[in-house]
Design a protein around this ligand. Structure first.
Ligand SMILES: [Cu+2]
Length: 135
């Protein structure tokens, strides 16, 4: 009887948490996705290609057909957030991989900020990746 009461109380508490957290639940699902750099480094120069993979962390599988709507590449990790460079989505690559072409003008650490929509999921994937540019 006592166990039953506790489990009921626990269940009620969990339902309460679920209701309070319901607006955040869609975001919790989108948090199962993340971008990862395929290569940790990029060469300094014009028209350099940076490849990332979008992964479902639960399955470990690449996620194709995401819509990339935001890209930014800047030197924030080196204390130069205002030093941004042109970056464009580059077609091609394997399903679940996304490529960007950028002019990398300086050695050091660059931050690649990405925003994307995943098919069938609400919310957005937002990732900040640090890539090292070297000669
Ligand atoms: Cu710089």
């Amino acid at each position: 009887m006592k166990t039953f009461t506790i489990s009921r109380a626990l269940r009620a508490a969990l339902i309460g948490i679920a209701i309070i957290g319901s607006t955040g639940m869609a975001r919790a699902e989108i948090k199962d996705y993340e971008f990862k750099l395929v290569e940790p480094t990029v060469a300094v120069g014009k028209d350099k290609v940076i490849t990332v993979q979008l992964l479902n962390k639960k399955t470990g599988k690449p996620v194709p057909d995401a819509v990339i709507f935001a890209t930014r590449l800047d030197m924030a990790p080196e204390g130069m957030p205002e030093m941004a460079t042109r970056i464009a989505v580059e077609p091609g690559g394997e399903p679940g991989s996304y490529r960007f072409k950028a002019a990398v003008g300086m050695e050091g650490k660059w931050q690649l900020s990405l925003g994307a929509k995943v098919q069938g999921e609400t919310g957005t994937v937002e990732s900040k990746l640090v890539i090292t540019a070297q000669k």
